[in-house]
Design a protein around this ligand. Structure first.
Ligand SMILES: Nc1ncnc2c1ncn2[C@@H]1O[C@H](COP(=O)(O)OP(=O)(O)OP(=O)(O)O)[C@@H](O)[C@H]1O
Ligand SMILES: [Mg+2]
Length: 316
């Protein structure tokens, strides 16, 4: 990744006004007259420069205890878009439902080893569990229903909140990005994911109850920051299943921006049936329908998250 000086700030911090190139190494530009769907001036995110060597990875949890908001869809498709930009990506299925694994064409019930074995058995190493996906440069640690037992079994472990971090640590230098797909709960598994992460992405479905429960999620994130993982940041809130034709969706998005301001990604994911279709096909949308609006939206999100991240080499 480029190492131009930006004093450790995120390039995204330049949203309000253009800054000199040295402070904006990604060349994010802004045209105040062009409003995006979030009703803020929409920055233009440049094509991410290729990376020379890989790692250490930025670890990001997809988290919202509300079900069906697009966590798994975002994990698969953001991961695949980042891989298209040459990043080495590891996806971690951390939901006993195994939807991430299914969405990548894997039958979770046929797996001998999953993230459950990795967490609970000291003889199992991360390499034993890793699978290649049908996307070049993107690997998967799969999960299945076995993981539901871990929630209970972990309770009696020493350093129970750090178990996922401990097992991922050996491979962090092999990847640029690790995305963890959380289950819809704020239990011990999700706390493990937050403890292992540098950032959290919160997908929100653009419907009436979108913000219900988000305060509790933010509270959990602050507690993890205070007690377990001070480097944890909120990467951003992502509006999903957006339908700009309905006043309702536009109002919900406006409320989310009012509540969370710059934390809301400029990129918004529209509602389209191509996402469920891609899941059935066991592929990311970037492969299933590469030129679709959905595929391009996740490419745009990939550019936006890369521009938000601290430029490696200076931030640490
Ligand atoms: N932008 C979208 N447009 C239309 N359908 C979508 C979109 N994003 C996701 N979906 C569909 O909505 C359903 C829920 O999405 P997804 O599984 O990603 O949510 P989730 O938050 O991971 O759910 P859970 O909490 O159960 O893990 C899936 O059938 C998915 O295909
Ligand atoms: Mg899911």
């Amino acid at each position: 990744m480029t190492e131009s000086a930006n004093n450790g700030e995120t390039a995204f911090a330049a949203t309000a006004a253009p800054r000199p190139t040295t402070e904006n190494p990604w060349g994010v530009t802004h045209d105040p007259s062009v409003l995006g769907p979030t009703q803020r001036p929409k920055p233009t995110f440049p094509e991410p420069p290729p990376v020379g060597d890989h790692g250490p990875a930025r670890v990001v949890a997809m988290c919202n205890q509300k079900g069906g908001v697009g966590k798994t869809t975002t994990t698969i498709n953001l991961g695949a878009a980042l891989a298209e930009y040459g990043r080495k990506v590891l996806l971690v299925d951390f939901d006993p439902q195994g939807a991430l694994s299914v969405g990548l064409g894997i039958n979770p019930l046929q797996l001998d080893l999953t993230v459950y074995n990795l967490l609970m058995e000291r003889s199992v190493e991360v390499e034993d569990v890793l699978l290649k996906t049908n996307v070049d440069g993107m690997d998967l640690i799969p999960s299945n229903i076995d993981l539901s037992a871990a929630e209970v079994q972990l309770v009696s472990e020493v350093a129970r909140e750090q178990m996922l971090y401990r097992v991922l640590r050996p491979v962090l230098n092999d990847y640029d990005v690790v995305l963890i797909d959380c289950q819809p709960s704020l239990g011990l598994l999700t706390v493990n994911a937050l403890t292992a992460s540098d950032g959290v992405v919160v997908p929100l479905e653009c419907e009436f109850f979108a913000l219900r429960g988000v305060a509790l999620l933010m509270d959990t994130i602050s507690k993890v920051q205070e007690r377990l993982n001070e480097k944890l940041e909120i990467e951003g809130l992502l509006a999903t299943m957006y339908d700009s034709r309905t006043l309702h969706a536009r109002e919900v998005l406006a409320r989310v921006v009012e509540a969370f301001g710059d934390k809301v990604f400029h990129t918004v994911i529209n509602r389209t049936v191509r996402f469920p279709d891609a899941t059935v096909a066991g592929e990311p949308i970037t492969r299933f329908d590469p030129s679709s609006g959905g595929a391009n939206a996740y490419r745009e999100l990939a550019k936006e998250v890369l521009a938000r991240w601290p430029v490696r080499g200076l931030a640490e």
